[in-house]
Ligand binder design. Sequence first.
Ligand SMILES: Nc1nc2c(ncn2[C@@H]2O[C@H](COP(=O)(O)OP(=O)(O)OP(=O)(O)O)[C@@H](O)[C@H]2O)c(=O)[nH]1
Ligand SMILES: [Mg+2]
Length: 223
Amino acid sequence: MKVSQIAGFLGSGKTTAVMKIAEGLVNKGCRIAIVVNDVGEISIDSKFIEANGLEAREISGGCICCQIAGSFAETLAKLHEGFNPDIVIVEPSGVAIPWGLKRAAEYSEAKADMVIEHAPVITLVDAVRIDMLMRAVRRLVETQIREADICFVNKVDVATPEAITKTEELIRSINPRAEIAHPSSITGEGLEIVYDAIMNRTSPRYDDAVEEEMLRKEYAKGV
Ligand SMILES: Nc1nc2c(ncn2[C@@H]2O[C@H](COP(=O)(O)OP(=O)(O)OP(=O)(O)O)[C@@H](O)[C@H]2O)c(=O)[nH]1
Ligand SMILES: [Mg+2]
């Protein structure tokens, strides 16, 4: 079963993107389930779930990449045994760390007869609030960008061209190997490459050594 995570800080547009991407993948014939950790400003409404033949689960009470990784793994195992989706799209909480989520997803292999594959990790970076985010939660935003395979410069319909350029430069400076995309979850423009990435590509499995190396580099830089 493939797990696709749409990461990003609080309010960066995750739920909006998850719904658009889920709809697009269903239209391409994929069987999709959605797992949302904590309910934010916008929730995934039941009409949308029904209309698209989706299964959705909400998990609250902590972060699924760490505090309640066990409930997340259990949820994935049950989805596999019941609905058996091709792809589970996960909206982690805004403070989740992508590598932590990969590890938590892989725990589910001990609870059901399946192998977890990761789709490329997508991190949304809110171009409208980038300055504020870098002042307030720099470490977290940097980690979410560093551990991404694809970064969305998000809210491009309302961000200034300067803010978009600045966000892009920031992403490149933190994670030069990340692909950068500027899709719109409002219009659906630019999402084709995202559907292709989620359906046809994978991201490496969790690896202690890689995480240690990333942390070592991070802390070697100082604060
Ligand atoms: N203009 C514009 N607004 C957007 C876009 N994507 C999301 N938003 C708005 O940004 C706000 C937050 O969007 P959500 O999708 O709820 O963001 P989230 O990351 O799921 O938020 P939390 O779950 O609270 O962390 C909402 O008011 C959305 O309508 C976008 O591409 N353009
Ligand atoms: Mg949300």
